[in-house]
Design a protein around this ligand. Structure first.
Ligand SMILES: *Cc1c(COP(=O)(O)O)cnc(C)c1O
Length: 721
């Protein structure tokens, strides 16, 4: 779907290249490698300075440069190729979904999520959940799965990270400018911004929305920042996960209830409703209310909502599930049960967990009560979720609880480097992306030429090194930091050295500091003059997580410890603009979650799509992804008196005895033949089993299609109340 090419955001383009405006206003340019090349080519410096933002490039480039592009036959040739690809997005013809399910033309899935990570210029994601939701929408676009995303527009976004010299995270406050993004406000026929109303604390809140186009998928982002609202209500949707528990409840109400009402106001009537994580659970309650309003009895209304609902839970960590006290719910939302026909008792029962305090509303329980299809996000997480929530199905053994799993995946064209794609073009022929799920075909990557793969990897490693250096240079210029901070920023890293990447949110269960448990032993490993090792850390702590910030500070302190010779670096402000560079340019990915706290994890998949093997505990996706050939796993330490100590010991031993020697074992041309075997297997498994295309096909086949066909209630519902 192309938007109007005459948008005022992009004032003037020479006639022969006017279509560039439409391309820049649809985020699919980001994963079309030829479109990316085109914007880069117009002005490489602007492209990078703007954080890879083509709207900024077109607004700020010299007119003479645009005129030159418009006259350059080579440029025009490439421009037309990009236009042709974009034109394919105007229909879904020939896509997987339309070919496989022609009878489902005109159906629609609503996908509700509190975060969407599409591009750095729209910072409405904090990490894994948002990036996953973004990848889900992109893959749905590729496959022609008819899906509309619904989320919130946090104008003050998620924060930029800045570390002071003590390594303490300072959360920068900024506001992003939708004008230099593809976002467009949605207006009523009378040009009004207010599309729907919800009630909070007995007050009416007007809800507006913005539209973000991502290939064939549209994402609708709700916003309470309208002149009709009281100043404090205008702030409700400004920030992601800040402003406390009270604000969170209001945001989830706007997302769930406001989301349904905004869709109705836009005359969009989905057939299936998918809540991605508990934050979106009120969407289901509102749909119960709609049916009651139409005159259905409560039981029938609940059955209909269940029959068309899917719910995905993303974490086994108890604190990751939102709960609200009944007083808080009553105070904030109580007005609803006076007018909705859903009385207090019924409302609270939707969110009730039979074991834990009855006066608490659990968003996850609400999702499970009101959806026919419920899933976790890896095989292991499926098992853990069935155990943790079996009480909702009294009398059922955990293994019989109807909670399933669909393992997460990542969007290939967003995460695989162009150079790796070029290599696959050369090696497997240009149609490889369509045939990756055929194991026999895709196993062809194992025969790839060693030199070609190693050269490609070395180039990507070089790109990361220069990215880090240029970022350090900019930090040095802008913030007049101590020289010491330049070491922390990675200026002493060496291109030839085995480079480990570790980038996670600084939550304690992810154990970013585990590798420092025996600092002397790590010191020996890193500073071995013949086989040195270096580590690049990145990631943010949640603004309210003091313990996470302290962990980050501890890790950061090692970057400044001269004994480590500058071999530990911290890449600040990890986001969608730096993640791909890191995930394409290290030699080894490291992941150390405490079992069973990791639901899936996705960054190791992104690294593996670039032929980068990982070392990890056997949790999340690695419990099913590890084959013995595509990286390394720490032995399971569950039951050990001190699992952290056992895991640290196993990690050191593994690195010392296997990983480091294998990396440095070279043939006469300097090529690590043994290491390349791991690299190829990493690529093979990730491409075959861990892409977002595979994930969205599974959601379609297991969650969406049965809902389209159903009308029945599916599996036995959990007991309510
Ligand atoms: C993929 C990604 C994440 C999530 O990584 P996990 O391994 O799932 O924790 C977080 N932030 C960014 C920017 C990402 O690209």
């Amino acid at each position: 779907m192309l938007m109007n090419a005459d948008s005022s955001k992009i004032p003037y383009l020479p006639e022969p290249i006017q279509g560039l405006a439409g391309i820049a206003l649809n985020f699919s340019w980001r994963w079309n490698r030829y479109a990316r090349e085109l914007f880069w080519e117009i002005d490489p410096i602007l492209y990078h300075l703007s954080g890879r933002n083509p709207i900024e490039v077109l607004r700020r480039v010299e007119p003479s440069r645009l005129a030159a592009c418009a006259r350059d036959p080579e440029f025009l040739h490439r421009y037309r190729r990009v236009l042709d690809t974009a034109a394919l997005e105007e229909t879904s013809e020939g896509t997987w979904f339309v070919s496989k399910y022609p009878e489902l033309q005109g159906k629609l899935i609503a996908y509700f999520c509190a975060e969407f990570g599409i591009h750095k210029s729209v910072p409405i994601y904090s990490g894994g959940l948002g990036v996953l939701a973004g990848d889900h929408c992109k893959a749905a676009s590729d496959l022609g799965v008819p899906l509309v995303g619904v989320g919130l527009l946090y104008l003050k976004g998620y924060f930029d990270q800045y570390l002071n010299s003590d390594g303490w995270q300072v959360d920068n406050e900024g506001q992003f400018d939708p004008f230099i993004t593809p976002l467009e406000p949605i207006l009523t026929p009378g040009d009004e911004r207010s599309l729907a109303k919800v009630t909070l604390y007995g007050r009416t809140i007007h809800v507006g929305a913005w539209k973000m186009v991502v290939g064939r998928t549209t994402i609708i982002l709700l916003d309470s920042n309208l002149p009709e609202n009281q100043p404090e209500d205008r702030d409700l949707t400004q920030k992601l996960y800040q402003g406390g528990h009270e604000n969170r409840l209001c945001q989830e109400w706007i997302l769930g209830v406001g989301g349904v009402r905004v869709l109705r106001a836009m005359d969009i009537h989905p057939d299936i409703w998918h809540a991605n994580e508990g934050h979106a659970g009120f969407m289901m309650v509102e749909r119960v209310r709609e049916y009651l309003e139409q005159g259905l009895a409560l039981e029938e209304a609940v059955a209909r909502v269940r029959a068309t609902g899917a719910f995905t839970t993303h974490t086994p960590v108890p604190a990751g599930h939102d709960t609200f006290s009944s007083e808080q719910v009553e105070h904030t939302l109580g007005h609803y049960w006076e007018i909705s026909g859903i009385d207090r008792e019924t409302f609270l029962a939707f969110g009730r967990h039979p074991e834990i305090d009855h006066e608490t509303f659990h968003m996850t329980a609400c999702g499970m009560h009101l959806s026919r299809y419920v899933n976790g996000v890896s095989e292991k997480h499926g098992v853990v979720t069935r155990e943790n929530w079996s009480k909702l199905w009294p009398g059922k053994k955990a293994k019989d609880v109807p909670i399933f799993h669909i393992t997460n995946g990542v969007h290939l064209s967003s995460w695989m480097a162009w150079r790796v794609m070029d290599l696959l073009d050369d090696h497997l022929g240009p149609g490889w992306a369509e045939r990756m799920h055929e194991r026999a075909f895709w196993e062809g990557v194992l025969n790839m030429d060693d030199h070609a793969l190693w050269d490609t990897h070395e180039q990507l490693k070089g790109h990361l090194q220069s990215f880090i250096r240029e970022k350090a240079r900019k930090q040095w210029r802008e913030k007049t930091e101590e020289a010491m901070d330049l070491v922390a920023a990675g200026t002493l890293l060496n291109q030839q050295t085995l480079t480990i990447g570790f980038a996670r949110r600084f939550a304690t269960y992810k154990r970013s500091d585990l590798i420092f448990r025996d600092a002397e032993r790590l010191l020996k490993l890193l500073t071995n003059p013949w086989r040195p090792v270096q580590i690049i850390f990145a990631g943010k702590a949640h603004p309210a997580d003091e313990e996470g910030k302290r962990m980050l500070q501890r890790v950061y302190s090692y970057t400044r410890d001269p004994r480590f010779e500058g071999r530990i670096a911290f890449l600040q402000d990890y986001d969608l603009n730096s993640a791909d560079r890191l995930l394409q340019g290290v030699d080894l990915w490291l992941n150390l979650p405490r079992i069973p706290m990791e639901a899936s994890g996705t960054s190791g998949m992104k690294a593996a799509l670039n032929a980068i093997p990982q070392v990890s505990t056997l949790d999340g996706w690695w419990a099913e992804g590890y084959t013995g050939m595509n990286g390394w796993a720490l032995p399971v330490s569950t039951g050990h008196p001190d699992p952290d100590a056992a895991d640290a010991e196993a990690l050191y031993t593994l690195l010392e005895r296997e990983v480091v020697p294998l990396f440095y074992e070279r043939d006469r041309d300097g090529v690590p033949r043994g290491w390349l075997v791991s690299m190829k297997h990493a690529l093979l498994e990730a491409g075959l089993r861990f892409t977002a295309a595979r994930m969205v096909r599974e959601y379609t086949e297991r969650a969406y299609i049965p809902c389209f066909e159903g009308g029945t209630d599916g599996d036995e519902p959990p007991s309510i109340g």
